[in-house]
Design a binder for this molecule. Structure first.
Ligand code: UD1
Ligand code: CA
Length: 458
């Protein structure tokens, strides 16, 4: 099996390699490898060239099974798709009778479609098969030319179309299956005598047919599965198809998706049944949400786990662990490495970072907790701030079970507030407070009676 991914993808106008562009949070090429891998090949040879190291590293890091199955072949000069397949020759397993070839920029292809293609190839008895489809606008695709009996005889690239070929609407989907022994003998005869001056893989169809060999044309009646991505508008179109399919799968598994138009869920995100995704919700990266939660409206979660029955409303949560029956929001920001235990309430302009908040604790109204270990049943008053940073180093604040932090308190870390202790509103706490004590650290109020009238007389 060969996947071509060496091209420069100039139409993306990007320094990121085309096949690494994310679609629903995942590199495009990984979807192609999923489809290819579902056929259980012994080996998948990915042809790399332009930014090859980056492509290789990403596949090895992100695609499960890459270590066992994928080998990389280098195409040092980009002389065309036929030349790219040539470059894979040495890396193919010996004795594989047939080779499946596909392009790394066709991410909507499914394993099921590939299976039907391979089965059709086998049934046909032809030594070579090519997949075709009919898009609304054949635009940049290679056109399929059939003879009077309806057999595929050649492919004409869009730039090489002659006027009398302009009406052709069936296109080359870019997926081929060929007897290995035949493939390389055909490739050796491909020339670069065309508009682009490239060695076109598509020419093997004409060469086979001229040699009197039957070509099996497999028609895919759903063009959306085989559309290629060459520019960012096609990328957007593919992403919207993929996004819809992710949302559909969630809905069928029992998740309410209130507004599919404004809901964005990355590939691989898990959402339990009974959960409601409200409009304007983004679930990204390695996020998982248990059953019976309400997420959104207006919420973005990155790499976050949310327990059963929780509600996250108009808020952002990054790389954190949210327990069961927790409520967050509206308008809060939970930053990386935070754990909110069961029944925690966080809301109305609260920010929490790198902290553990014990069960039943309430963190409301304009507060900031950073680098803090907060026990159970603690009350964090409005405007509480942990002063965790002295400009050079960061320190932890410890607030033990049942403590009560009055409004507008500054807790200058490192500092420990003991179990059940009270901090008076407006205090700036610099020293540890023992269990069950009251700490007041503020100026005593002075009242000057009649001051206003005296001032006016002067
Ligand atoms: C190609 C087909 C076209 C088909 C379309 C389907 C050829 C000549 N044309 O056109 O008939 O309708 O795909 O999507 O094959 N690549 C390399 N090395 C190279 C050139 C390209 O590895 O030297 C890789 C690219 O990274 C890409 C794939 O091959 O993944 C296809 O190349 P691209 O330039 O996108 O071909 P299209 O113009 O789309
Ligand atoms: Ca392409």
């Amino acid at each position: 099996m060969i996947v071509l991914a060496a091209g420069e993808g100039t139409r993306m106008k990007s320094s990121l390699h085309k096949v690494l562009f994310p679609i629903c949070g995942r590199p495009m090429v990984d979807y192609v490898l999923d489809a290819a891998g579902s056929l259980g090949p012994e080996r998948i040879v990915v042809v790399v060239g332009h930014k090859g190291e980056e492509v290789k590293d990403t596949i090895l890091r992100a695609w499960p099974g890459a270590q066992d199955t994928v080998r990389f072949a280098w195409q040092h000069q980009r002389l065309g798709t036929a030349h790219a397949v040539m470059s894979a020759r040495e890396s193919l397993p010996e004795g594989d009778p047939d080779v499946l070839i596909m392009y790394g920029d066709t991410p909507l292809v499914t394993g099921d479609l590939l299976l039907r293609f391979v089965q059709s190839h086998e049934r046909s008895g032809a030594p070579i098969s090519v997949m075709t489809a009919t898009p609304q606008d054949p635009g940049p695709y290679g056109r399929i030319v059939r003879n009077d009996e309806g057999h595929v005889v050649r492919i004409v690239e869009a730039r090489d179309l002659r006027p009398e070929e302009r009406h052709l609407s069936e296109v080359n989907a870019g997926i081929y299956y060929c007897r290995a022994s035949l493939l390389y003998s055909l490739l050796e005869r491909v020339d670069n005598n065309n508009a682009k001056g490239e060695y076109y893989l598509t020419d093997i169809i004409r060469l086979a047919s001229e040699a009197g060999l039957p070509v099996n044309g497999f028609y895919c009646d759903d063009f959306s599965l085989v559309q290629g991505i060459n520019d960012r508008w096609e990328l957007a179109a593919a992403e919207s198809i993929k996004r819809e399919s992710i949302l559909r799968d969630l809905a069928i598994s029992g998740v309410t998706v209130r507004d599919p138009e404004s809901t964005y869920v990355d590939f691989g995100v898990k959402v339990g049944p009974g959960t409601v995704l409200e409009p304007n919700t983004y679930l990204r990266g390695e996020t998982s949400i248990a059953e019976d939660c309400v997420i959104g409206p207006g919420t973005e979660l990155f790499d976050t786990k949310v327990g059963r029955g929780s509600k996250v409303w108009m808020s952002v949560v990054e790389n954190s662990d949210v327990g069961e029956e927790v409520q967050i929001g509206p308008f809060s920001h939970i930053r990386p490495n935070t754990t909110l235990e069961k029944n925690v309430l966080v809301g109305n302009f609260a920010e929490i970072k790198n902290s553990v908040i014990g069960s039943g604790t309430k963190v409301h109204h304009h507060s900031y907790l950073g680098d803090s270990d907060v026990g159970q049943g603690v009350n964090i008053g409005a405007g509480t701030v942990t002063v965790n940073y002295d400009g050079i180093r960061k320190f932890r604040t410890i607030i033990q079970d049942g403590a009560f932090i009055g409004c507008n308190a500054n807790l200058i870390a490192p500092v420990t507030i003991g179990k059940g202790a009270y901090i008076a509103a407006g205090s700036t706490i610099t020293d540890d407070v023992p269990e069950r004590s009251l700490a007041i650290a503020r100026e005593r109020q002075v009242v000057k009676e009649g001051w206003v009238d005296r001032r006016k007389q002067n």
